[in-house]
Design a protein around this ligand. Sequence first.
Ligand SMILES: [Zn+2]
Length: 340
Amino acid sequence: MSLIYHKRYLDHILTWGHPESPERLNAIMNKLDTVDFKPEILTPEPVTDNDLKSVHTPEYIELMKNFGEGWMDPNTYHHEESYELACLAAGGGLLGAKLAYEEKRPTFVIPRPPGHHAEAASSGGFCYFNNIAIAAQNLLTRKKSPAERVAIVDIDVHHGNGTHDIFFNRKDVLYISTHQWGIYPGTGPAELTGEGPGEGYTVNIPFYSGTGDSSFKLAKQQIIEPILKQYKPSIILISIGTDAHYRDPLASLALSSAGYLNLAKHFIKLSKDLCQSRIAFFLEGGYDLNSLAEIVNAIVANFNNNKYELQYTEQLDRDCAGENVVDKVVEVQKNYWELK
Ligand SMILES: [Zn+2]
């Protein structure tokens, strides 16, 4: 598994002291220096205007170019260089998705700024351009052997409202999200399942505070795996935020590092079974530096068959606190998929 990284990702400073800080990537890269394995690290190019236009409106792209200094929304501050850096972040996504799709080389993209809250015509939640949506769109519209179906699984603690909305009426992109209900951005109830031709191709799993490993495992078994198997994606893209970890300061789901690693292993295995190992991970949020660095390194190490000692493995949800939520989502999604 290769890492996609650019040292200019460190130049993005939302505001001083902000949790979505360059220290996040420094923590990942410093941890990498202390372990035996050395994954390949690839440097991306920025996306083009055409790539941006495949997802974002021309008016919003112009706004990003010319906004200057100031708040674009209550959570997202724009600097002179934000447009350029956001293009480089989206470029990381394109490179990761391209290698995974064309060469069947699994990748882990660690872009800053992140992307899943960015909508077609607006920024949101520390996101400017929607990295994973631009990558999905690129794969679906390639001239040479385009992807037929892209599955996006979003396990950030926040609902990926941008990705959700961009593909809400499409069936060539399946969007599955686990998230904490009742926090930012407030979207993603189980009942929303897509519309028009996209009906049934949006799967929201809104967990309550305190939900952790055993419930995610149940959601994987009862919902995520059977739906992915029936959807038969050409590639699986994962929006991975490590902010569903119990150490995260911004939210209160309770996944452990082992829980994250197990989910990642499972997605990698599914990509092997369903789409010739075509899988790319896209980093979204995650604000506890230690668990963030541990999870990213553990996934990359594990894939490359290296041992990695996990530190943050407390099991805070042994008894499926999220079982009712899983049952409810199964009831809703049974209208579209064969689920037990
Ligand atoms: Zn998040």
